[in-house]
Design a protein around this ligand. Structure first.
Ligand code: NAD
Length: 293
């Protein structure tokens, strides 16, 4: 299964993606239905900070929390994308340009959050970068960069958030990890190791700060974020989808829906967990099962 998926990843950029446009229009109609729903009364007026909120899962999550009536600030390193998101979503409480792997940036960003929202109730620590590289070709600099953005970034943001949440004795922190943090995937040593670290960071913080803080890691499998969508051809998409029991990628809005649920009071007995959303990808050896028609 993983050999196929890894091979597929290798060929993404080698194909054109004309037919993807047709599919993405279909997706848009369905996605709208998902994002229209606001379910959690208690998320209204909650102060949420979403890192990596200018794209993909983070952006979908920001929009979902706005739908729920939360106050939302996004933190992202990409100024251009950040400005566009702020323009497109005037109900956002703010956007802060910061590199989550930089101590000074993170400290400044949370001071800005204090100014704009007077504190924080929910942190969705979501930034992550991926590197597809054979282990022996991975340089120490590349290894460090992935670990520093994906894991140090979670450490730095969680620390700033918990300092504030501790004063009010309440809060929710959700990390975006990955199924790559649970199972090995060849050619992703740095990414996999960083995501495994994120899962154990979540579990540790959940124990250290219970009962007033809840901390969980969300582990998505394949998610069709705009960047990925642009890289796929219909053929590649089909190859990857064959390896997923539900036969499709997750929509970013589906991951956003999980974040909303886990932040709400309906999930107030859930902490210290790694919650997988992967269409069954990690349930077992799907590729060897003879499919019943
Ligand atoms: N897309 C998937 O299939 C998938 C699967 C599993 C897990 N994930 C995880 O979900 C998270 C979001 O992924 P996505 O696909 O939405 O990614 P994305 O690339 O669409 O968005 C990531 C955002 O993070 C920002 N960012 C990158 N480095 C940063 C830094 N140092 N400081 C601040 N912001 C930074 C980018 O500018 C971008 O806006 C990541 O942690 C990723 O590892 C994604």
């Amino acid at each position: 299964m993983y050999i196929i998926s890894v091979l597929s990843r290798a060929f993404f950029s080698a194909f054109s993606h004309t037919k993807t446009k047709v599919k993405s229009q279909v997706d848009k109609v369905k996605l709208k239905e998902v994002t229209e729903i606001a379910r959690y009364e208690d998320l209204k007026d909650k102060r949420a900070v979403i890192t990596g909120g200018a794209s993909g899962i983070g952006l979908a999550t920001a929009k979902r929390f706005l739908k729920e009536g939360s106050k939302v600030i996004i933190i992202d390193v990409n100024k251009e994308a950040l400005d566009k998101v702020l323009l497109d979503n005037p109900s956002l409480d703010g956007g802060v340009r910061a590199d989550v792997s930089n101590l000074e940036d993170v400290s400044r960003a949370f001071k800005e959050v204090d100014k704009l929202m007077g504190g924080i109730d929910v942190l969705i620590s979501n930034v992550g970068i991926s590197l597809r590289r054979s282990f022996l070709e991975t340089s120490y600099e590349e290894w460090n960069r992935v670990l520093s953005v994906n894991l140090d970034g979670m450490f730095l943001c969680a620390k700033e958030a918990i300092k504030r949440m501790k004063m009010q004795r309440s809060g929710v922190i959700l990390f975006t990890a990955s199924t790559n943090g649970i199972e090995g995937h060849p050619l992703y040593a740095a990414y996999n190791a960083s995501k495994a670290g994120v899962i154990l960071l979540a579990k540790t913080l959940a124990l250290e700060f219970a009962p007033w803080l809840r901390v969980n890691a969300v582990c998505p499998g394949y998610v069709l974020t705009p960047m990925q969508k642009a890289e796929y051809t219909p053929e590649m998409m089909e190859e990857v989808n064959k390896t997923i029991p539900l036969r499709r990628h997750a929509k970013p809005e589906e991951v956003a829906a999980l974040f909303a649920f886990l932040s709400s009071s309906e999930a107030e007995y859930i902490t210290g967990q790694c919650i997988v959303i992967d269409g069954g990808e990690t349930a077992g050896r799907y590729s060897v099962v003879k499919i019943q028609k």
